[in-house]
Design a protein around this ligand. Structure first.
Ligand code: HEM
Length: 596
């Protein structure tokens, strides 16, 4: 229809485009779709040009390595809670295998299949309405996924298996996807904004009264994710974008998000402002005042609203947009990645065994051993210095095999499989290797015109055999440990002296995007946050639980912004990742095996 599309796989060309974020911005239709999830065009995901540059500079403070370290106790607390819920499930296999929940009977499933997730006529969605083929929804309160007919119906205790229940080693089938999504939603709420979604707790207690913000998000996500022919037509015919409709539920959800955002800002404003004043007075004070400026996301946002220098100031609207942007960008990406990692481990028992051995070789400090381990600091004022366990958390981050597993999983299961850019002017894109065009002519560059849409196939690049070798599509964490440095160096140059790997933000991959601070850095600002969260969750979950999968089940990737799993033979059940979990008894020998 007259549009031109370019899909780049040449690493030199990919690097060229991705490192010029402002010359090659996101196309309007991509921004529109992101804006519908992130409540507007003034958040970091959707802002462009100078507004983006300013925001990125301000927000970087909240994602520095030191700041992210201070969130580790929050990651730990949520991971422990999830582990305990799952351990409780494994302790009650009888209830697990009793199909007591009416929602999971075949009749109930049929009823559910008829439920339309479109919230057009309702202001609030019933939880079951959200558990449909579109939504593996953490917001959807606790309704067992249609794929988990064996959910326990017992109310679980807060602790690991009690002494009265003989711990079972029989595996239980569990859809891990919504559980992980809930855990990561709780994490980003607490770490980013000191907001308690309590979505894990609500699920564990089978309550439906989740937080107001979670319900509002459910509506927004349900609408944003729904596939509509109109959305596709709007990509090709921009004039149709003037006919966007917003239903009443969506309007109310957006208003709720705004209201809660304002409340969060109000609650924290006083502390932040008094901190700022104290620090300003410090220059004149004689006593060494220990006040330091909070660098957590909400504090950074609030301070920017009162900044006097325009290049450091964000409007109230920009701040409110960031809250929804970070909630949207920061939770399902991590949970998708954790879900796929558990899947990869379930499919590769030897890797899982080796990983568990490494994890168990690092003992948990006795002060953290309690099942009720709670964060050592308040989410609202994370402070690295105050955390007595930061050394332990740091050692988790450095575990080599855990690192290799995470890298390999983010390579093969990139949560964001493709990104898009649009050429804003005539340009010539260099390539690493000449190519032959459709007229049979050899080309050493690619000429683009304004408006040309460029796709960057992140996942395909991650499986490029030129870069990763003939086993590019095999899950093999060892590729990151054996002679990793040499391999990376080799990739950079390639056998014939050309660059075969992309220069992404992380690990010769575009999994977290790429960018250049001068020409536009659109890479993932939360990558340290995500890596740290993923590693802590894996450390806690894989130490004590074994994950397996029914070999007869074929899992497929379904992509709708993010990559989500589906069971091929059960498309009507929507997104799910049914795994079998089993408690792994402590095994001293296990640890020895790793050391040898
Ligand atoms: C495994 C987890 C994650 C993956 C794979 C991931 C991936 C990405 C990618 C590929 C981009 C660039 C998109 C593009 O250029 O089109 C991006 C941007 C972004 N990510 Fe992430 N992300 C993850 C986790 C997070 C987390 C935890 C947060 C926040 C706490 C976050 C916040 C953002 C934001 C705000 C942007 C926009 C940055 C900008 O345009 O300046 N992400 N992410």
């Amino acid at each position: 229809m007259g549009g031109r599309r370019l899909m780049l796989v040449d690493p030199v060309a990919v690097n060229y485009v991705m490192s010029r974020g402002y010359d090659y911005p996101k196309p309007d239709f991509v921004r529109d779709s992101l804006a519908s999830m992130a409540a507007g065009y003034e958040g970091l995901l959707t802002a462009d040009g100078e507004m983006h540059r300013k925001q990125r500079k301000i927000l970087n403070q909240a994602f520095s390595a030191a700041q992210v370290k201070s969130f580790t106790p929050i990651f730990w607390e949520k991971a422990i809670r999830l582990r305990d819920i799952w351990l409780d499930f494994t302790a009650s296999p009888a209830s697990f295998f009793t199909p007591a929940d009416p929602l999971t009977t075949p009749e109930a499933l049929d009823t559910l299949e008829d439920v339309d997730p479109e919230p057009a006529t309702t202001n609030t969605l019933s939880p079951s309405a959200l558990t449909t083929s579109f939504l593996p929804n953490p917001f959807a309160s606790f309704v067992p996924s249609k794929a988990s007919p064996t959910f326990s119906t017992t109310v679980t205790s807060r602790h690991a298996p009690s002494n009265t229940t003989e711990p079972s080693t029989a595996p239980c089938r569990l859809d891990v996807l919504p559980w992980l999504a809930r855990a990561t939603l709780d994490v980003i709420g607490a770490a980013g904004f000191g907001y308690a979604f309590n979505s894990l707790e609500a699920a564990a207690e089978r309550r439906e009264n989740e937080s107001e913000l979670a319900r509002a998000f459910a509506v927004i996500f349900a609408t944003a994710r729904k596939f509509r022919v109109m959305t596709v037509l709007q990509v090709w015919f921009p004039v149709l974008r003037n006919f966007r409709t917003e239903n009443a539920a969506m309007r109310q959800a957006t208003a709720t998000m705004r209201k809660i955002g304002l409340e969060l800002i109000e609650q924290r404003r006083e502390t932040v402002l008094s901190e700022t004043e104290k620090v300003a007075e410090k220059t004149t004070s004689i006593e060494g005042d220990k006040t330091v400026l909070g660098r957590d996301l909400l504090s950074v946002l609030i301070r920017s609203n009162v900044a006097e220098i325009p290049t450091q100031r964000m409007s109230l609207n920009e701040i409110l947009c960031q809250i929804s942007t970070f909630l949207a960008a920061g939770h399902e990406t991590s949970s998708s990645s954790l879900t796929w990692t558990l899947f990869a481990l379930a499919r590769n028992p030897a890797v899982q065994h080796k990983l568990r051995a490494e994890l168990r070789s690092l003992s948990i400090p006795s002060s953290l051993h309690s099942h009720d381990a709670s964060p050592t600091q308040s989410p609202s004022s994370p402070n690295l210095e105050a955390d007595p366990h930061s050394g332990f958390f740091e050692r988790i981050m450095q575990l080599p095999y855990l690192d290799a597993v995470v890298r390999e999983s983010l390579r093969l299961f990139a949560p964001i499989t493709t990104t898009m850019r649009v050429a804003s002017a005539d340009d010539v894109i260099p390539v690493g290797l000449p190519f032959v065009d459709r007229r049979g002519q050899q080309c050493e560059e690619i000429r683009v015109r304004p408006g040309d849409i460029i796709s960057i196939p992140i996942q395909a690049l991650n499986k490029n055999e030129d870069t990763w070798g003939v086993d590019a599509d095999v899950f093999r964490p060892e590729r990151w440990t054996q002679g990793r440095q040499d391999e990376e160096e080799e990739n950079r140059k390639g056998a014939c002296g050309r660059r075969t790997a992309v220069q992404g933000l992380w690990g010769n991959m575009m999994t977290f995007g790429g960018g250049n601070p001068v020409n536009g850095n659109r890479s993932c600002i939360g990558y340290r946050f995500a890596l740290s969260e993923i590693k802590i969750f894996l450390y806690v979950l894989v130490r004590d639980l074994e994950f397996t999968i029914d070999p007869a089940i074929e899992i497929e990737k379904k992509v709708n912004v993010l990559t989500r799993p589906c069971v091929k033979s059960e498309p009507h059940r929507g997104n799910q990742m049914p795994l079998y979990i089993r408690r792994v008894p402590t095994d001293i020998h296990h640890e020895d095996v790793y050391h040898h």
